[in-house]
Design a protein around this ligand. Structure first.
Ligand code: PLP
Length: 375
């Protein structure tokens, strides 16, 4: 039996999501821009998917734009917002533990003359006031993630958005919500743009959304046939949009799901208490869905492959960095011995106590066998 505990990297596609995708591929092949009935039928399905997602965020359907992934949504929002405000400002504020799709995009803005102010985490947590205190009349954009993908650290971006606007109402606020969508409730408050991705909630890879507040000024980054109101040209991926919406429906009970996942996390945390070489790296206030810890004395990759041989799948950091040292743990200034032995466990709705038990058994065995090998 597979014990998949790397849901922050990606999730298995649910039956319902796969069925919704297949229904479109089979029966709704029309181009939604076509004026005849086959196109109109496809367009209705697509717009329904948009409505489901809008409802989940408490916004209007016309504020939801489908994209190819969370990375694309982040690029679109960051480049689009900064460039649209270049005439009056050049400062961008970002947290020091963002996903590469934000970090590298913000870095690319430096080539266009923007100055980037990076707010580092302290003990794994970003203080909202630290971000807010840096906002100036020249700040064009504040971009901050709501849930960190490596430690699960949470940041109150809705609160930050309100405070930022009190200081400079022209500053755009973007939220990377990829790890929080349908796991944490959100009040969009004064957030202007927000990204989410299907494959983190049991929909296929290759579908994302950008929420953009009505009336928000965004410079286009992609040109073409004018689909998605010109913001994201390209023939629509109706099948995956519908697969995404089906997965959203399955995640609707955000509070109930979080309670279930919190119980699994508590079971894991308690189990880890028996190991004297374990240090928990996730802050107390992190999301229930992620637990990052160091298994000191053993390299992450060694433990990861040891567990893999027992059909238990965890990660050594974020999947995107492919074995590189964790960006977030480095930003937290953890000692090398903790960074090099870090393990990230991330839960999904399909996980059960059996998965946690298998992981704890695997770690116990790892402690014994790997120790023997070391002698
Ligand atoms: N932002 C965060 C916090 C993520 O964890 C990820 C994916 O790992 C992304 C953005 C990128 O999403 P996608 O894989 O859909 O491009």
């Amino acid at each position: 039996m597979v014990h998949y505990l790397d849901n922050a990297a990606t999730t298995p596609v649910s039956e319902k999501s796969a069925e919704a995708v297949m229904e479109i591929l089979r029966d709704y092949y029309g181009n939604p821009s076509s004026l005849y009935s086959i196109g109109i039928k496809a367009s209705k399905k697509y717009e329904h998917a948009r409505e489901v997602i809008a409802e989940s965020l408490g916004c209007r359907p016309e504020e939801i734009f489908f994209t190819g992934c969370g990375t694309e949504s982040n690029n679109l929002a960051i480049f689009g917002a900064a460039r649209a405000r270049k005439a009056w400002g050049n400062e961008v504020i970002v947290t020091g533990y963002e996903h590469p799709s934000v970090q590298n995009t913000v870095d690319a803005l430096k080539d266009e003359g923007f100055e980037v102010i990076t707010i580092a985490p302290k003990n794994g947590v970003i203080e909202p006031e630290e971000i807010i205190s840096h906002v100036s009349p020249k700040t064009v954009l504040v971009t901050a993630m709501m849930v960190n993908n490596e430690t699960g650290a949470m940041l109150d971006v809705p609160y930050i958005s309100k405070k930022v606007k009190e200081i400079n109402k022209r500053t755009a606020v973007h939220c990377d919500f990829v790890q929080g969508y349908m796991k944490e409730k959100i009040d969009l408050a004064a957030i202007d743009t927000l990204s989410a991705s299907g494959h983190k909630i049991n929909a296929p890879k290759g579908i994302g959304i950008l929420y953009m507040r009505k009336g928000f000024n965004l410079r286009k980054t992609q040109f073409g046939g004018g689909q998605e109101k010109g913001i994201r040209s390209g023939t629509e991926n109706i099948a995956f949009a519908c697969g995404f919406a089906a997965a959203v429906e399955e995640h609707k009970d955000i509070e109930g799901n979080a309670r279930k996942i919190a119980a699994l996390k508590a079971m894991l945390t308690e189990g880890l208490g028996e190991f004297d070489n374990v240090t928990i790296n996730s802050p107390e206030s992190s999301t229930p869905y992620v637990l990052n810890f160091s298994f000191e004395g053993y390299r992450s990759e060694t433990v990861l492959h040891f567990l893999e041989a027992r059909d238990v799948y965890v990660s050594s950091g974020s999947a995107c960095s492919k074995g590189e040292r964790s960006h977030t743990l480095e930003a937290m200034k953890l000692p090398s011995k903790l960074v090099d032995s870090a393990i990230r466990v991330s839960f999904g709705l399909q996980n059960t106590e059996d998965d946690v038990k298998a992981l704890l058994d695997g770690l116990r065995e790892a402690g014994q066998s790997l120790m023997k090998a070391k002698r």
